[in-house]
Design a binder for this molecule. Structure first.
Ligand SMILES: Cc1cc2nc3c(=O)[nH]c(=O)nc-3n(C[C@H](O)[C@H](O)[C@H](O)COP(=O)(O)OP(=O)(O)OC[C@H]3O[C@@H](n4cnc5c(N)ncnc54)[C@H](O)[C@@H]3O)c2cc1C
Ligand SMILES: NC(=O)c1ccc[n+]([C@@H]2O[C@H](COP(=O)([O-])OP(=O)(O)OC[C@H]3O[C@@H](n4cnc5c(N)ncnc54)[C@H](OP(=O)(O)O)[C@@H]3O)[C@@H](O)[C@H]2O)c1
Length: 455
C-alpha cells in the first residue's frame, strides 16, 4: 500500500503557483509534504499572465488559454493584490507605480515562484483530460496527455486541486442578425491589441471590465468611435469624446445595429465583451461548478472545498476584486487541510457555513459591500492559517479610492499611486502618463526616466 499522499494541482496560473508556494512554505517549516504534481497545459506558467499572440488553438492544437492582450496594464492597483509574504519591494527593490503592465506582473509572480524552487513540480505541456473518482478506493484517477510526447498517462491521487481559472472559455451569446455583419466579430478572449482599431467605429457588447478596458484601449489607439452596449446597467464613467454607452441591442442588419432606445448606428468591428463560462471539460457534472461569475459560487465550502467531495478543491473560482493575495489565502487553507494542520468540519457544518456566507453575499449589493465581503472572506481564511495577516480594511479603502479615481477620469486613473499596506512604501508615478505610453514592455517600464530638460 502507498504510504505517501499524492496531490494533483491542475493549472499553474497564479492560483496553482500559490498552491505550490504554500506547500514549499510548509516544507521550510519542517513539514513533510505529500507528493505533489502540478499539470500545466502550456509551456510556461503564469496562466492568464502568460500572454499568447495566438487565438483559437495553440501550437499543440489546444484551446488558447489567456484572454489578455499585448497592451494590458493592471486594471486595479497593485497594492490590492500584493503577496503578504513576497512584496513588490522584495521583488523589484525599489518603488514602482500602482498599475504595472502585464509583463511586470508576470515577472513578480514568476519571481516568487522561482524563489521557492517549485518549477520542478510542474509538468508543463500536460493537458488534463479527465478526473475520475472511485468511492471504493477513495482516490482520483487523473488522465493526462503529454502534449510533447503524445503519450496519455493515468495517475492516481488522494486529492485534487483545480486551479484552471474561469476566464478562458468565452460566453458567446447570439444577437439577431449578427451573421449579416460584414466586418470582424470577435470575443474579448481573442482580442490581442487595439492598434488595428485605429479609425474604426467599434461596438463593444457588455458592460463590465473587458468592455471598459478594451474601449479605453481602442480610444487610446485612435478609434474613430467607441460604443459600448450594456444589458443591465451602464458603467457610468465620464467618457471622453468619442466614447459612448448605449443600452441593449435589438439586432443587426449588415453593418447597422439598432438599440432598444431606438438609436441606429453603423460599425466596422464588433467585440463581444460578454464574459466567460465556468467550464471544466475534464470534470463530470458531479464535480463541476455551475455558477455565474460571482463572489461566492455555490457548492464550495469556504469558497474552495467541493462540498459533495471534499477531496476536490478549487482555487480562484470567485469573481475577483482581490486576486493574488486571495489565491494565497485559499492555497494556504487548502494546504493546511491536506497536511492535517486544519480539520475539515462535518458535511452539515460545512453546509451551514456556506449557507451563512451565501446569505452575506446576497446581502452585499453596493460595490463597497461587495469589496468588503471579499475582504472578510479572505480574512476568514487567513485567520485559519499562518498566512501573514495584512490590513484588509485598508485594501478595501484602496479599492474604493480606485473606484473614485476611475469615476473622476477613466483615462488617467492609472497614473494615481497608493501606499503598500504591507511595507508602507508609496508607489511612484510611472515616468510617462499611461495615455502617452505606447511601449508596454518591462524594459521600458523599469527604464530610469531621462531627466526633463527645463529651460
Ligand atoms: C483579460 C483579463 C485581464 C485581467 N486583468 C487582471 C488584472 O489587471 N489584475 C488582476 O489582479 N487580475 C486580472 N485578471 C484576473 C485573472 O484571472 C487573475 O489575475 C489570475 O490570472 C487568475 O489565476 P488562476 O491561476 O486562478 O487562473 P489562470 O490565470 O486562468 O490560470 C489557469 C491555468 O490553468 C491551465 N489549465 C487550464 N486547463 C488546463 C488543463 N485541462 N490541464 C492543464 N492545465 C490547464 C492554464 O493553461 C493556465 O495556465 C484578468 C483576467 C482576464 C481574463
Ligand atoms: N486588466 C484589465 O485591464 C482587464 C481587462 C479586461 C478584463 N479584465 C478582467 O477580466 C475578468 C472578466 O471581465 P469581463 O468584463 O470579461 O466579464 P464579466 O465581468 O463577467 O462581465 C460580463 C459582461 O457581459 C455582459 N453580458 C453577458 N451576456 C450578455 C448578453 N447576452 N448581452 C449583453 N451583455 C451580456 C454582462 O452583462 P450583465 O451585467 O447584464 O450580466 C457583463 O456586463 C474580470 O476579472 C476583469 O477584471 C481585466
Amino acid at each position: 500500500m502507498r504510504q505517501q499522499k499524492r496531490i494533483a494541482i491542475i493549472g499553474a496560473g497564479p492560483s496553482g503557483m500559490a498552491a505550490l508556494r504554500a506547500f514549499a512554505a510548509a516544507e521550510l517549516q519542517g513539514d513533510t509534504n505529500p507528493e505533489i504534481i502540478c499539470y500545466e497545459k502550456q509551456d510556461d506558467w503564469g496562466g492568464q499572465w502568460n500572454f499568447s499572440w495566438r487565438t483559437g488553438t495553440d501550437h499543440y492544437g489546444e484551446p488558447v488559454h489567456s484572454s489578455m492582450y499585448r497592451n494590458l496594464w493592471s486594471n486595479g492597483p497593485k497594492e490590492a493584490l500584493e503577496f503578504a509574504e513576497y512584496t513588490f519591494d522584495d521583488h523589484f527593490g525599489r518603488p514602482i507605480s500602482s498599475y504595472p503592465p502585464r509583463e511586470v506582473l508576470w515577472d513578480y509572480i514568476n519571481g516568487r515562484a522561482m524563489q521557492s524552487g517549485v518549477k520542478a513540480r510542474v509538468r508543463f505541456a500536460h493537458a488534463v483530460r479527465w478526473v475520475d473518482y472511485s468511492e471504493e478506493a477513495a482516490q482520483f484517477t487523473v488522465t493526462v496527455d503529454n502534449l510533447r510526447t503524445k503519450e496519455t498517462v493515468r495517475e492516481t491521487f488522494d486529492e485534487v486541486i483545480v486551479a484552471t481559472g474561469h476566464f478562458a472559455f468565452p460566453n458567446v451569446p447570439n444577437f439577431t442578425g449578427i451573421e449579416t455583419f460584414p466586418g470582424e466579430v470577435i470575443h474579448a478572449h481573442e482580442f490581442r491589441g487595439a492598434e488595428r482599431l485605429k479609425d474604426k467605429r467599434v461596438l463593444l457588447i457588455g458592460g463590465s471590465y473587458s468592455a471598459e478596458d478594451i474601449g479605453v484601449q481602442a480610444h487610446k489607439m485612435g478609434a474613430q468611435q467607441v460604443t459600448m452596449s450594456y444589458r443591465s446597467q451602464p458603467q457610468g464613467f465620464a467618457w471622453p469624446e468619442g466614447m459612448q454607452e448605449v443600452p441593449e441591442i435589438v439586432g443587426f442588419d449588415g453593418q447597422t445595429a439598432t438599440f432598444v432606445d431606438g438609436q441606429v448606428r453603423e460599425f466596422d468591428t464588433v467585440i463581444l465583451c460578454t464574459g466567460y463560462l465556468h467550464h471544466y471539460p475534464f470534470l463530470s457534472r458531479e464535480l463541476h461548478i455551475e455558477s455565474p461569475n460571482n463572489l461566492y459560487p455555490e457548492g464550495l465550502y469556504r469558497g474552495v472545498v467541493w462540498q459533495n467531495n471534499p477531496g476536490l478543491c478549487y482555487l480562484g473560482a470567485q469573481d475577483q476584486w482581490f486576486t493574488f493575495n486571495m489565491f494565497d489565502a485559499q492555497a494556504w487553507y487548502v494546504r493546511d487541510l491536506i497536511l492535517g494542520r486544519a480539520e475539515l468540519p462535518s458535511a452539515e457544518a460545512r453546509a451551514e457555513h456556506a449557507r451563512a456566507w451565501l446569505e452575506r453575499f446576497e446581502a452585499a449589493q453596493t460595490v463597497a459591500q461587495q469589496v468588503q465581503f471579499q475582504a472578510d472572506y479572505i480574512r476568514d481564511l487567513i485567520d485559519a492559517t499562518d498566512y501573514p495577516s495584512f490590513d484588509l480594511d485598508e485594501v478595501v479603502r484602496i479599492f474604493l479610492a480606485w473606484k473614485a479615481d476611475k469615476q473622476a477620469n477613466i483615462l488617467t486613473y492609472r497614473d494615481c499611486t497608493y501606499p503598500s499596506v504591507i511595507t508602507g512604501t508609496m508607489a511612484v508615478r510611472h515616468h510617462t502618463d499611461w495615455l502617452d505610453e505606447f511601449d508596454d514592455s518591462i524594459e521600458r517600464y523599469l527604464e530610469t526616466p531621462k531627466p526633463q530638460v527645463t529651460q
